[in-house]
Design a protein around this ligand. Structure first.
Ligand code: SF4
Length: 120
């Protein structure tokens, strides 16, 4: 039996997942907790959020996220890829910052529109 806190919503239900009984989940308040509890023990994944450098903008960093979940075991390597990325303003929300990361078919995309900074 494994104890987990559901992270799908702010309620944070305390789940128990029984690995010896088909990953049966108890302690949930909704069906999303059942799906999360089973997945967390069989194939844990996360959407990653971070930032990358941007030049020609009024802000030094551009917020980004993956457009799908990636396996938890790939998070460190995916984050390292962002160290080599520098975007050029302007950037629109949803623009691909880095495509097909680690061959997973998942992209890092911009989560903010940042315009070009003009100097007077
Ligand atoms: S089980 Fe449902 S209500 Fe409870 S934290 Fe998860 S998503 Fe929220």
């Amino acid at each position: 039996m494994t104890d987990l806190i559901c992270i799908v919503c702010p309620k944070g239900c305390r789940l128990k997942v029984d690995e010896e009984n088909g990953y049966a989940v108890t302690g949930h308040s909704c069906q999303k907790g059942v799906v999360y509890g089973k997945k967390e023990l069989t194939n844990p994944t996360r959407v990653l959020t971070s930032t990358v450098r941007i030049v020609g903008a009024s802000l030094p960093r551009l917020p980004v996220k993956t457009n799908k979940d990636i396996p938890k075991g790939k998070i460190t390597n995916a984050m390292k890829l962002l160290n080599d990325v520098t975007m050029q303003a302007p950037v629109k929300i949803g623009d691909v910052v880095l495509g097909n990361i680690l061959g997973l078919g998942v992209d890092f995309v911009a989560t903010k529109t940042i315009g070009k900074m003009y100097f007077l």
